[in-house]
Each structure stands twice: as structure tokens, then as C-alpha cells.
Design a protein around this ligand. Structure first.
Ligand code: SF4
Length: 292
């Protein structure tokens, strides 16, 4: 299979495209998704119902005040660029407001496309790792295959076996993670292997300030409101970890594996937090070092 992403630059460009571009979308997330009243969203909203804050030009009427108005979740969410893909490519700029059938189709395809784009993000991240050269071909093939799936017609997308494809992707991501972390483990002899396996760990509110966490497998861990200030999280696997309100001020996540924009958006950070080049620093983070 042809590999169209051979260089680090090409992979960086790909990851940049796997981010929300609201100007080229039609507010699919503000309509298609359901929300429950919580700290993230001020009221209940059913799937398929336009948010009352949505304007006729598909822009958010309270965009500048989302956090102050109780819509923090809207500043955290990122569709991995699936919104613009569904609108521009899959439905070729059809307007979901034009007829109910189009709307139904678009909102059915949107979460499927989001999952495919998320998988592409992870595969691109895996391909950027130099520790797994023997897996590059397999990764490139799976990335191409996943990208091809994003071009399917709505009817085919709707019946796609996403869990089966995800399982295939996941198997490869785990192999890359092991290769990346085994390097870190060797450099830190003396650490017990148990300490390096914190999959699905419940670390809600934990105080890990300043900890050396390099090479730890934090797959699916719960860091909600944890103190991760000044931690060293290089080469940690954080796929699926929940960073809501985790404080990563001054922490080093510059080479954290499978870190996403959504995770970073959900965390609290400052100007000293180190992030991978593919992740943007949230505008609402502290511009000065936070004092502890
Ligand atoms: S508050 Fe704004 S960004 Fe959030 S769902 Fe409503 S229109 Fe969209």
C-alpha cells in the first residue's frame, strides 16, 4: 500500500489537519451531540437539537464567554477535524438545515468519522516514534487504510465495523508503546515493572507533584483533578487517560505518547508546561508560571 506520510513534516501536517476547523464545518458538534447539564455544559441538550447559542451563520453566539457562561466542555471538545470532513467531503457542502433526511445522515456519520480521525491521529503519533522502526510499514499501511475509510459514502460509513478496525489499530499502538517505553525503562533500572504499569489507574486527586513518571503506561488512567505539576511525563503512554482539571503546570509532556488536544484542553497548565509540537497550548492557560 502506498505510504503518503513518509517524513516527520508530513506527519505533523497530517496531525494539524486532524483538528477542528469550525470555519469549514456547519456546527455539527453543536447540533448532533447530546449534552447533559454538568460542570461542562449549562443545560441538557438532545442529540440532533441545535444548541440555543448557535447562530444562523453556524457560529457560537457566546464563543468568547464559553467558560464564564458554564460551557467549559465546548472549549475542551475537538472533533479531530471530522466535522469539516463530513461537511466538505462526505456531504459536499450540503446544509443539514435543508432537509431532515440529510441532517439525520450527517449526524449519524459524524461520530463514526470522529473515531476514524482519532485513530489516524494515534497512528500518525506512532509513526513519529523512532523506537519502533520495524513497525513503520504496518503503521503506514493501517494509516492509509484508515484514511481510505474516511472517504466512504455515508451508507457505507454507517455500517462500518468501527470496533473491529479500532481493535486492529489498537494492537499496533500497544506494540509501539512497548517499544517506546522499553527504552525508557532500560534507562531507569531499578524501577519495578509494576510501577510502570498503571493502566486504568484511579489517580483522581492524587498528589504526584514532581514525580518521575517517564516510561509509565497510563492507558485509560484517571487523572481527574490530580496534581501533576512539574512531573516528568516524557515517553508515558497516556492514551485514553482522563486529564479533566489535572494540573500539569510546569510538567514535561513533550514526548508523551498518544497525547491529544482534548486531553490538554481539559487540563490546567501554564507557560512552562512542555507539550509536543502537534498540540496547541490552550489560550486559557496561565501565561505566567503558576506559583505553588
Ligand atoms: S455553547 Fe456554543 S460551542 Fe457550545 S454547543 Fe452551544 S453553540 Fe456550540
Amino acid at each position: 500500500m502506498e505510504n503518503s506520510y513518509e517524513t516527520m513534516e508530513q506527519l505533523e501536517v497530517l496531525q494539524k489537519s486532524l483538528k477542528a476547523d469550525c470555519g469549514n464545518c456547519a456546527a455539527l458538534c453543536c447540533v448532533g451531540l447530546s449534552f447533559m447539564a454538568s460542570a461542562d455544559f449549562a443545560f441538557d441538550k438532545a442529540a440532533g437539537m441545535p444548541c440555543p447559542n448557535l447562530q444562523s451563520d453556524f457560529r457560537c453566539g457566546i464563543h468568547e464567554d464559553l467558560r464564564r457562561s458554564g460551557f467549559k466542555g465546548c472549549t475542551v471538545f475537538d472533533c479531530y477535524g471530522s466535522g469539516q470532513k463530513v461537511v466538505q467531503v462526505t456531504f459536499q457542502e450540503k446544509d443539514w438545515r435543508s432537509d431532515a433526511d440529510t441532517a439525520k445522515e450527517m449526524f449519524a456519520v459524524f461520530p463514526i468519522m470522529t473515531q476514524l480521525h482519532e485513530m489516524m491521529w494515534y497512528l500518525a503519533d506512532a509513526m513519529k516514534q523512532e523506537a519502533a522502526p520495524l513497525l513503520q510499514k504496518e503503521l503506514a499501511d493501517l494509516l492509509s487504510k484508515t484514511e481510505q475509510l474516511t472517504s466512504l459514502e455515508p451508507e457505507k460509513l454507517k455500517i462500518l465495523d468501527v470496533p473491529a478496525h479500532r481493535a486492529q489499530v489498537n494492537e499496533l499502538l500497544v506494540k509501539v508503546s512497548e517499544a517506546v517505553r522499553s527504552d525508557a525503562i532500560k534507562r531507569h533500572k531499578g524501577r519495578k515493572s509494576k510501577a510502570l504499569n498503571r493502566r486504568n489507574a484511579d489517580l483522581m486527586g492524587a498528589d504526584l507533584k514532581g514525580a518521575d513518571l517517564k516510561g509509565v503506561d497510563f492507558r485509560g488512567a484517571y487523572f481527574i483533578a490530580a496534581n501533576l505539576r512539574q512531573t516528568d511525563m516524557r515517553t508515558t503512554d497516556v492514551i485514553g487517560a482522563d486529564f479533566r482539571d489535572a494540573d500539569i503546570s510546569g510538567a514535561d509532556l513533550s514526548t508523551s505518547l498518544y497525547l491529544t488536544q482534548v486531553q490538554v484542553n481539559a487540563a490546567i497548565g501554564d507557560c512552562l508546561t512542555k507539550l509536543p509540537s502537534s498540540i496547541a497550548r490552550p489560550a486559557y492557560w496561565a501565561k505566567k508560571p503558576r506559583i505553588f
